[in-house]
Design a protein around this ligand. Structure first.
Ligand code: EPZ
Length: 428
């Protein structure tokens, strides 16, 4: 199994191109199920999760083409066309869905367009129980009938298709907002989603749906109003740059020290995380080409953060920020409020000599003067990359085992970091 070997101590200097966002690319690909016409997506990242979703969509009858594929084009995102002329199968089987939670989201478009769906209950990163009750609640409000049968959610639309409804989410949920928004585009009448997720990826998908002919008001706010239409049509849409990848490399540069330009980054999409970096003493500056991160190697201040739905501090950067705080000059409190079990990196960070105590939702990180390289292993995507960040600053060699999680969400990670002077390689 592939591993990543790194030797800490080098500062990072140079430029890192930010890829298209995984968490926008996946629902955008799923949106192709809503129309018989081709949907062309630009800037699609080359990731294991994208490949897996391609298999799932192909099983439903989507024809997928990758344009201009050449070995030398690996630096830019892919341009791909998804054409669901006919939905040939409305079942998303366990074998395909179990490894990635977002694949469950096909339930919305299948139900809206084909009026039925049979989708296996999802899997994904081991970061909490992650139920689907809010998806089912929302779909029922649009008139769907739902049964659970042998691990599958079996959903049927009423005669004539889904109808508009009022969906008030008791908590902010990215996935269920995507699904209800997509389903409502083809429902009869008006749907109002209250307490909708405002994550930039939701906005990106909403803008693509509008380009496909959907009628959506309130994009980028907590209330989305969707007027159903009879049909959507094809469109071309570029996936927005990945804010979590941006924040991850910002924290890597902060940890290792140096001066890095994160090319194509959109600072407006991660203000809370950049504010925390600024408070920690990292120099953050917006530039025409992206975002510049500088740290001269002086002490890092301890900063408390609490994860919150957008525009708050993202849960997907919690592990990386914790890695950074292990070397602060004080004591930082990190509170995880989105997922109940997202501290699996704590035991692994301890292998580097980090001092972290977890009580309930709160991790107390007491900075240490030095980390030492170690053999580590991670259990989810963002936790894995937090170990890479720790390794960049640790004395000596670090070996990150079981890196298939990294390949799910970070495109060309070793190349991007070694291009800035890090000593990092994949060992096969
Ligand atoms: C999305 O997951 C992201 N995944 C996650 O990124 C991210 O951590 C999360 O949003 C929060 O920002 C993708 O976009 C593919 P939620 P999602 O529904 O949609 C609870 C990564 O590393 N909930 O917003 O699954 C849930 O358990 C991944 O890229 C219910 O209780 O997250 C959680 O506590 C990991 N019932 C909270 O809501 C439901 O029916 C927020 O989850 C649905 C969710």
């Amino acid at each position: 199994m592939d591993r990543i070997r790194l030797v800490g101590g080098n500062q990072l200097h140079g430029e890192i191109p930010i890829s298209g966002a995984k968490n926008a690319a996946l629902p955008l690909m799923i949106a192709s199920l809503l129309t018989r016409e081709p949907l062309t997506l630009e800037n699609v990242p080359r990731l294991a999760d994208v490949k897996q979703l391609e298999r799932i969509l192909e099983n439903h009858g989507v024809d997928i083409a990758v344009h201009g594929r050449r070995a030398t084009d690996q630096v830019d995102g892919q341009r791909m066309t998804f054409e669901a002329a006919e939905i040939v199968d409305t079942t998303a089987p366990y074998e395909l869905v179990s490894t990635m939670r977002a694949s469950f989201w096909v339930i919305g478009p299948l139900l809206a367009r084909a009026h039925e769906a049979r989708v296996s209950l999802p899997g994904g990163c081991a970061i909490g129980t992650r139920p689907v009750d809010l998806f089912l609640y929302g779909l029922k409000e649009l008139g769907a009938e739902i049964d659970i049968d042998e691990g599958y959610v079996v959903a049927r639309a009423p005669a004539g298709g889904l109808r508009g409804g009022r969906v008030v989410f008791p908590k902010v949920t990215v996935g269920a907002t995507h699904v209800i928004m997509m389903a409502a585009t083809l429902a009869r009448g008006t749907t109002v989603i209250e307490n909708a997720a405002m994550e930039p990826e939701v906005t990106d998908v909403a803008e693509c749906l509008v380009a496909m002919g959907a009628r959506i008001d309130g994009i980028g706010t907590r209330t989305l109003t969707i007027e159903g239409v009879d049909e959507l049509h094809g469109a071309t849409h570029a996936v927005l740059p990945d804010r979590i990848e941006t924040g991850t490399y910002a924290m890597a540069a902060a940890m290792a020290g140096g001066n890095v330009l994160l090319r194509n980054a959109r600072p407006a999409h991660l203000e809370a995380a950049l504010a925390a970096l600024g408070q920690a003493g990292v120099h953050v500056a917006e530039e025409a080409g992206g975002l510049r991160i500088m740290r001269n190697g002086n002490g890092l201040q301890a900063v408390d953060v609490e994860t919150q739905p957008f525009p708050g501090f993202p849960t997907d950067l919690q592990a990386q920020f914790m890695a950074l705080m292990t070397m602060s000059d004080g004591v930082a409190q990190i509170r995880e409020t989105i997922f109940e079990n997202r501290y699996m990196h704590v035991a692994e960070l301890a292998r580097f000599g980090a001092d972290i105590r977890v009580e309930g939702q709160v991790a107390t990180v007491t900075g240490v003067p030095e980390l030492r390289g170690a053999q580590v292993m991670a259990t989810d995507l963002r936790a894995s990359v937090s170990l890479v960040i720790a390794g960049l600053a640790a004395r000596g060699e670090t070996m990150v085992n079981r890196i298939y999680h990294l390949d799910r969400g970070f495109e060309r990670l070793e190349e991007k970091l070694s291009g800035c002077g890090a000593e990092i390689e994949r060992v096969v």
